[in-house]
Structure formats: C-alpha cells, structure tokens
Design a protein around this ligand. Sequence first.
Ligand SMILES: Nc1ncnc2c1ncn2[C@@H]1O[C@H](COP(=O)(O)OP(=O)(O)OP(=O)(O)O)[C@@H](O)[C@H]1O
Ligand SMILES: [Mg+2]
Length: 351
Amino acid sequence: MVDVELKGLVREFDDGSRIGPIDLHVKDGELLTLLGPSGSGKTTTLRMVAGFIENVGGSLLIDGRDMVNVPPRERNIGMVFQSVALFPNMTVFENISFGPDMAGWPREEVIERVEELADLLGVRQLLLRKISEVSGGEAQRVALARALATKPKLLLLDEPLSALDLQLRERLQTEIRRIQRKLKITTIYVTHSQDEAFAISDRVAILDDGVVSQVGTPEELYDSPANEFVASFLGSGNIVSGLITEVSDGNLMVSVKNNRFEIPGDGEVNSQIKFSVKPEDVIISDTPVPDWAQAELVSITPQVGSFKVSLEFNGIPIIALTNDEELVKKLRTNGEKTIAFAFKSESIIIL
Ligand SMILES: Nc1ncnc2c1ncn2[C@@H]1O[C@H](COP(=O)(O)OP(=O)(O)OP(=O)(O)O)[C@@H](O)[C@H]1O
Ligand SMILES: [Mg+2]
C-alpha cells in the first residue's frame, strides 16, 4: 500500500507569493496527473512531496506517515525532473545503476536490476553507450529507468516528455502507462498538456493559481467541469452567461444577447447565470431554424474525425464540432457567413 495525502500543503516564497493550500489524495497504485498552466504550481507541489522544499503549512502523509523532518533520500521516491539530469559522461548502464550502487546493493543484484529495467524500457542495446551518444527520446527512457532502479514506492514525473516531438511523446506516454500499470507504482505525473494528461491518467487534478480547482477522471472533468476555469482550460466548454427570465418546473428560460435559450435547472428570475456547453453539443445549420440563434461563421478547422466550426455570437465565441461533411462543404463553397445554432439542452452544465 502506498498512498499519498496532501493536506492543505502551502509553500510561500520570499516575494510573498504562495502555492496552496493543496488538498489531494493519491491512491495506491494510481497514476494521478497535475495539470495546469505554466506557473500554476505543479513543480512546486511535486518538490514538496519529494521533500526538496519544505511546506510552511499543512501536512504530507505517505502511507499515513507524516513526512515532516523526513529527508528526501528517506522517502523512497523515484523522480524524473522537468529537465533531464543524467550524467552525460557516464554510460547508460552507469546512470541506471547509480541509485542501487549508492544504496550498497550487491553487484549481482545491481546488474540484474539494470538488465530488467533496460528490457522493460527497450534500452538494452544502449547500455554501454554514453548518455552523450543517445537520442533525446532514449535519454528520457534512461531517466525513467534510473528513477525506477531502486524500486521506489512512489514515482514523481515532472513533464518527462516535454522535450520530445509529438510522435515520440505519444509512444512514450503509452510506455509509461504500461510500465506504471505493470509495476502498480503510485505515480504523480506533471504536464501542462491536456492530451497527455487524459491519455495516461487514472485521475487528473487541475491546478489553477496554486490551488486544486477540480479532481476527477478525464471523463468526469470533460463531461462535468466544476467551474469556468476548468471548462475553459480543458476547452471542453463554451462558456455563456445570461439572465434568467422565466422559471418553470425544472426549466429555465435564459436570455443571452436578446436570444432565448431553454436550460434544464433551477434558479431565480432576474438573476445571472453562467453555463458551459461542449462543442459537440452545439448543433448548427446553414439555414435559419425557428427558435435557434444566429451567429457569424469565423473559421472551419479540420480535425481528426470532425470539423471545428468557430462562430461569433454577438461577441461571444462559440465552438461547434460537427462531422457533417456535406454541411461543411456547403458552408465553404457558399461563402455563407450566418449560421443558425442551438445547444442540446440536456447536455448544458450550469457553472
Ligand atoms: N524559488 C521561487 N521563488 C519565488 N517564486 C517561485 C519560486 N519557485 C517558483 N516560484 C513561483 O511559483 C509559481 C509556481 O511555480 P511552479 O514551478 O510550481 O509552476 P509550474 O506549474 O511547474 O509551471 P511550469 O508549467 O512552467 O513548469 C510561479 O509563479 C513561480 O514563479
Ligand atoms: Mg514546472
């Protein structure tokens, strides 16, 4: 059992800025990702867990044990840092064996462990090469092998793939996930890429300005963003605000820029409301439809399996996803600039 509890963890910097309080429970064997924009506190949080920097408030428990005054080397954690820090003049073998050697493992056990990890990560043929003689992607694998070498009970990965091109990154994401599952090692992963986070995580914690904004599975976050930050950061929601004009059993009539939208939910007449609609839940038409609103077409971008249609609705940007090729062809050839749109009311999320 290895679980990690961050309870109101706070870090303050000399300039008065602070990260936290952070509350998170990383479960045994789970891969939890910290996802957030640059400067949101991902690395700082990881460094507090590793013990490289101290928290000024709150507490950190690993397996229920308070880590206050437990130095990093006694926390039994494997880490890959944001910038890979391998020893360039040492061989791949020496880099991976560094930890076990330092820990005084018997020679045969060290060799066995290095070979096992080299197989797991596909760097067996590189063991005798120097780090300066391997590619960036290979170095990332070695860094991962080195982090795993001493059989840590917790793995912390800070943007371990950020320096790689997209193709290699996607391949290594899959590898990391496979290895993490195989070893069942509790892992905290850091990235600012939503795709990466969603591809590899059991759960994702969204960080906003030093605090956790929402935690959940990728599906939960995408389908039910808890607030505007999460919805807009994940790009999963068109954020729209309006005024409630009518309330009738379970339904609201909301006025947005003088257009009426019907939304399931509760509220009070004359109060403001903000809601989020996923792009795939925006329906569009090139001809006017009664009760639908009208927007200007801004652009059409092909994506894998669909088209992203950007609209402007009286100054509010609206993104729609469609896989209706006929419609897209018509929009493109007609030079049509006015589009009718509506929201699938059952999928609107009130924020
Ligand atoms: N030693 C420090 N002194 C002062 N401020 C710091 C220090 N370290 C980090 N910060 C600030 O804390 C905030 C969070 O930094 P952190 O490195 O945790 O962000 P991050 O989410 O990892 O960002 P990135 O995606 O760019 O790596 C930033 O605003 C940063 O400037
Ligand atoms: Mg960082």
